[in-house]
Design a binder for this molecule. Structure first.
Ligand SMILES: O=C(O)CCC(=O)C(=O)O
Length: 322
């Protein structure tokens, strides 16, 4: 057997990477085209918001917030808004919200009783407790299960979405224009033989940054215990504030781990593990990813803020599937 020379092996790896990137972009093209049709202002954002000069100019439009003393009704007692905002500015990440256990349990109970949609596809509807059976019935791996608008029937989820502390953090970080742009709850399941395109749609196993708006913030809450084997979220601290030229002058939002960690520092990759109820907030322009659970499903909630008019479809994180 003739082993490939090092340079041949490197070229093969580069070809494989490009093919994988192409499959990941191809999976997103229908969503991008729909975004453009729904809102032509999406295009300049999509092109320019990945460049540091474009972003800096847009940050100048952030309006200052009038002082309010409104955090009394928050469910996150003990969390100081300024501490969160300062951590976001310097690191892009703050971890340390805890959902009251009654809220966490109510959302989890709702999620276990309510059929979800597999791989973002409304044709793949199943009860999460029947995940394995559903994989057999549909004859395919089911990597994720989303509730889309169904989650708005859960009062506890609405209470998290409306919590004044989240809105205040968003306004102080993004500017007074901050508005709610997403609310979603979903499962990530341990599963076999899943394609790159499916992982891409679920934002799993590939460092990427989000470009759904000029300025964004995402609060995530674990609704199940998450250790290293249960699909933890990973965030590259500080990468929201700097960007190598290669990552600005490219259409790709996803980049290989070695390249991302080489540019922004291996030590800055923070793997977020913790008990059900743990919450964290990040500036999703920083590189981040979910990971595919190996042992047990992960249930997660996201409440996202941006500064532009949200689309109804994107509000629940729904891509366009062909
Ligand atoms: O599932 C996760 O932890 C990652 C989600 C994500 O990457 C995103 O919402 O952009």
């Amino acid at each position: 057997m003739v082993l490939p020379r090092r340079s041949d092996a490197q070229s093969l790896e580069a070809i494989a990477r490009n093919a994988s990137s192409f499959r990941r972009i191809a999976a997103r093209i229908p969503t991008y085209l729909t975004d453009l049709r729904e809102n032509p202002a999406w295009l300049p954002m999509f092109v320019l918001a990945r460049t540091m000069p474009g972003r800096r100019v847009h940050w100048l439009t952030a309006k200052s917030v009038k002082p309010t003393e409104n955090s009394n009704a928050t469910m996150f007692a003990g969390v100081d808004r300024n501490t969160v905002v300062e951590a976001l500015r310097s690191e892009g990440l703050f971890s340390g919200f805890f959902l009251p256990s009654s809220i966490q349990q109510e959302i989890t109970h709702f999620a276990k009783q309510t059929p979800c949609f597999g791989n973002f596809d409304r044709r793949l509807e199943f009860l999460p407790t029947d995940h394995l059976v559903a994989e057999g019935d549909f004859g395919r791996a089911l990597l994720s299960g989303h509730y889309f608008e169904r989650i708005l029937k859960c009062d506890a989820a609405l209470a998290v979405q409306r919590d004044p502390l989240l809105h205040e953090v968003a306004a102080h970080y993004l500017g007074a224009q901050a508005q709610l742009i997403t609310t979603r709850v979903w499962w990530s399941f341990p599963t076999q033989s899943v394609s790159d395109a499916e992982k891409n749609l679920a934002s799993l196993d590939k460092y990427h940054f989000d470009l759904d708006d000029w300025r964004m913030l995402k609060f995530f809450f674990y609704l199940s215990d998450v250790d290293n084997d249960c699909g933890p979220h990973v965030y590259v601290r500080g990468s929201h504030n700097r960007r190598i030229i290669k990552h600005q002058l490219t259409l790709l939002v996803g980049h290989p781990a070695d390249e991302v960690l080489g540019a922004y520092g291996t030590d800055n990759a923070i793997t977020l593990t913790g008990p059900a109820g743990l919450g964290f907030v990040e500036d999703p322009f920083g590189f981040h990813m979910g990971t595919v659970p190996k042992q047990a499903p992960r249930l997660m909630m996201e409440v996202g803020f941006g500064v532009s008019r949200p689309s109804r479809r994107r509000f629940h994180g729904e891509p366009v599937i062909r």
